[in-house]
Design a protein around this ligand. Structure first.
Ligand SMILES: *Cc1c(COP(=O)(O)O)cnc(C)c1O
Length: 224
């Protein structure tokens, strides 16, 4: 199944409706969930119809790819909000802080330190999320659940970072609910208000369990 980019606005409308319904079902205020439209691998010609449909918050998983396409798109849409949802290397912290309004993947001391330095230097303050590897998968980024409290404290106390939320990507072969619930629990005990969880296949479950940011790619842009 490969959908034409021009189908994206109608799929976007469907997702918006589904988000509104999930908010209502969970007795959460309308608009309490931010839709991050994940545009990774798609070029400006696929993104433009989604911008024209009014979407302003986008997610990318690579700094370099985002640097290639977003400065141009931002010329016509300066109010775009860009979220980094993929792994960050310390040597890309400078570019990441310059380009992104939110970073969902803070997960080790070297990144925390590099971000702190650039945030001070550039006087920009992207919204920061700590990624938690709720499934404790060896190949996946994120801090282990049992190390999350200490890492969040170190980000705050040692690096002066204003961590605002947590992010997770549940294992593909498991029911996501328990992972979302675990993330919400860790956030609550650390006083964090934001939860980046839920993708195309499970954003409704994530909203039920408290997601404030859902990261939806293929359900809007089509298969990658
Ligand atoms: C690609 C990606 C998404 C979007 O996934 P879809 O299944 O296409 O909605 C969400 N989060 C992260 C971290 C991703 O890399």
């Amino acid at each position: 199944m490969s959908a034409a980019p021009s189908d994206a606005p109608s799929r976007l409308a469907d997702i918006r409706h589904a988000i509104a319904r999930a908010e209502a079902d969970a007795l959460r205020p309308p608009g309490s969930v931010t839709l991050v439209a994940v545009s990774k691998t798609f070029g400006p010609e696929a993104i433009e119809p989604v911008l024209a449909a009014g979407q302003r918050v986008f997610g990318e998983n690579r700094v370099q790819e985002a640097q290639g396409k977003w400065p141009g798109l931002r010329e016509s849409h300066p109010d775009v909000e860009l979220h980094l949802i993929g792994p960050l290397q310390s040597n890309k912290a400078k570019e990441a802080v310059a380009l992104f309004d939110a970073i969902h993947t803070v997960d080790r001391p070297s990144i925390a330190q590099a971000l702190a330095k650039e945030i001070a230097r550039q006087r920009r303050a992207p919204l920061l999320f700590v990624q938690v590897n709720t499934g404790e998968e060896a190949q996946k980024a994120g801090v282990a659940p049992q190390e999350a409290d200490a890492f969040i404290a170190a980000c705050r106390d040692e690096h002066g970072l204003d961590i605002r939320g947590l992010m997770c990507i549940p294992p593909a072969d498991q029911s996501p609910g328990p992972h979302f619930a675990l993330l919400a629990k860790i956030a609550a005990r650390n006083g964090l208000a934001l939860l980046s969880m839920g993708m195309s296949g499970d954003f409704e479950t994530a909203i039920e369990l408290g997601a404030t940011h859902v990261r939806v790619g293929s359900a809007i842009f089509g298969t990658r």
